[in-house]
Ligand binder design. Structure first.
Ligand code: GDP
Ligand code: MG
Length: 438
């Protein structure tokens, strides 16, 4: 989805002024891109007409940078669809907060119970996980293994007990022992069926959860929307967890599900690892969909590794389009300590898109090459990549044991990234002396 939209904007970006016809043409492309990304057709229809209405307005057609105006309108409208504001997990006035997860088999319930427990634990809370999926012994083992990894206890009564009793007993235990959040993992089926629905209804009735979160697989697109509607009808969901947002279809499902079901997305799952989960921020996903990467999430992760001061300086540089090879090298080295490489690179504006366009998977080996190339640059060259003339590139290739073609590729990708970062900075309101658009 991101790649398609970026292509549309690149095309109109080359025009000095836009006519109504240009806007129409761009919106046709946007419409097609959204439909191909499996966004619900009603959502697409409303979205396109909202954008179009604003985009053909006088200011945009007469503006000096109409393409950016259109992007900024598209971004605003995407944020509207995605829910405007982040809605965090609602914690009970009097603990324990009871959170129940529901969803189809394989959607990621068990994994996300553990991921969320891990987040809560890091916030200083005392989570207890509950194995109320009794149909497969493996499900209980899975939760216990995850619990071991994150050092969070699991309440289980084996496979013979009744899920409703398990849930009730777990809540009682939490009260007695001072656990502050109870996360109940329930059983799913491959499709919605009556016994499953009745079971989760009975558990919900018995323990009156503060949060009922539907875990939905973003890769299943429209199907996820139907499933969510049905669960919402039966259970009155309080939130959504969209998993497998690391897959291709990610943006599309989020747009449809939030807007059709009308329940806030609270978390997104972005991989198999226990830390591959993020609180959901509508504006960040909108930027990611628009191919601007997700600088803020990246910066947030980096904060765990670097001081606040360093990170503020970085944020300003990024938004002002002044990010250079030295910063890049710094980031790469910090990133190495932060998690799987491709997932993090995806968040850097331009890079993720460039990687996907060229279908490149960066292995840790290639990563070493990139690092070696930057090491072979002089400080002057790192700060000012524009001076990298062919003779210098040849020297860098020789110094780093790579080829001139590899150096060229790095420099080109880097320049593209700089450009997109500057664009992001303008949309974000332009710190660093640039004037914002809105
Ligand atoms: P459940 O049946 O709903 O409990 O689903 P599980 O938690 O057992 O997850 C099913 C599979 O999906 C497992 O192999 C998980 O590792 C995988 N999975 C869960 N969440 C994500 C995610 O966000 N991204 C990716 N790539 N895989 C995920
Ligand atoms: Mg499970």
């Amino acid at each position: 989805l991101s790649d398609r939209l970026t292509a549309v904007f690149q095309r109109i970006g080359n025009k000095g002024r836009l006519t109504e016809q240009d806007v129409d043409e761009a919106m046709r492309e946007v419409r097609r891109a959204l439909l191909e990304a499996d966004v619900n057709y009603k959502v697409v229809r409303d979205f396109v007409s909202a954008v179009r209405e604003r985009a053909v307005g006088e200011e945009v057609l007469k503006a000096l940078t109409p393409a950016q105006q259109v992007i900024s309108i598209v971004r605003d409208e995407l944020i509207k669809i995605l829910g405007e504001e982040r809605v965090p997990l609602q914690l009970a006035q009097v603990p324990p907060t009871i959170v129940m997860v529901v969803g189809l088999q394989g959607s990621g319930k068990t994994t996300h119970v553990a991921k969320i427990a891990n987040l809560l634990k890091k916030e200083g809370r005392r989570p207890l996980m509950v194995a109320a999926d009794v149909y497969r012994p493996a499900a209980i083992d899975q939760l216990q293994t995850l619990g071991g990894q994150i050092d969070v206890p699991v309440y289980s009564e084996g496979t013979k007990a009744n899920p409703v009793d398990i849930a009730k007993n777990a809540v009682k235990l939490a009260r007695d022992r001072g656990y502050t959040v109870v996360l109940i993992d329930t059983a799913g089926r491959l499709q919605i069926d009556e016994p499953m629905m009745q079971e989760v209804e009975r558990i919900a009735e018995a323990v009156k959860p503060h949060e009922i979160l539907l875990v939905a697989d973003a890769m299943t697109g429209q199907e996820a929307v139907n499933v969510a509607q049905e669960f919402h009808r039966r259970l009155a969901l309080t939130g959504l967890v969209l998993t497998k947002m690391d897959g291709d279809a990610r943006g599309g499902a989020a747009l449809s599900i939030r807007s059709v079901v009308g329940v806030p997305i609270k978390y997104i799952g972005t991989g198999e690892r226990i830390d591959a989960v993020e609180p959901f921020y509508p504006d960040r996903l909108a930027s990611r969909i628009l191919g601007m990467g997700d600088v803020l999430t990246l910066i947030e992760r980096a904060q765990a590794e670097i001081t606040e001061e360093e990170s503020r300086a970085l944020e300003e540089k990024v938004l002002a389009g002044q990010f250079n090879f030295e910063d890049f090298l710094n980031q790469l080295q910090q990133i190495k300590r932060m998690g799987p490489l491709t997932q993090l690179l995806e968040m850097i504006p331009g890079i993720g898109q460039a990687l996907r366009q060229q279908q490149v998977q960066i292995s840790d080996d290639e990563f070493k090459h990139i690092e070696a190339m930057i090491f072979s640059m002089t400080p002057e060259e790192r700060r000012n990549p524009d001076i990298l003339k062919p003779s210098r590139r040849k020297r860098i290739a020789a110094g780093s044991g790579t080829s001139v073609a590899q150096v060229n590729q790095l420099v080109n990708q880097f320049k593209q990234m700089q450009k997109m970062m500057a664009q992001f900075g303008e949309l974000a309101g332009g710190t660093g002396g640039r004037r914002g658009l809105r």
